[in-house]
Design a protein around this ligand. Sequence first.
Ligand SMILES: [Mg+2]
Length: 106
Amino acid sequence: MSRTLAELTVAVRDFADARDWQRFHNPKNLVLALVGEVGELAELVQWRTPDEATELTATLAGRKAAEDELADVAIYLLRLADELGVDLSAAIEAKLDRNERRFPRT
Ligand SMILES: [Mg+2]
């Protein structure tokens, strides 16, 4: 089952609400949590060669670790956008449009 960003945003919000975690989810805390999870993702490739990093998901354990940390990053990103009242899909679309004009195709 794949859900849209909007559906995932509601699911992540509901998860936090059900545990009374909303009180911790201000933008400052969420940015720091997001950075922490990006750090955990970075740890997976830290000290590896670029080729070794590319092969991270070649093993089951590596794939699981990458999926876990990518999900953590995405969850905090969705939570942060939600708390800031940002429509992440619209923001991504707008940025892609700007980048399309800014960086002409070769
Ligand atoms: Mg993590």
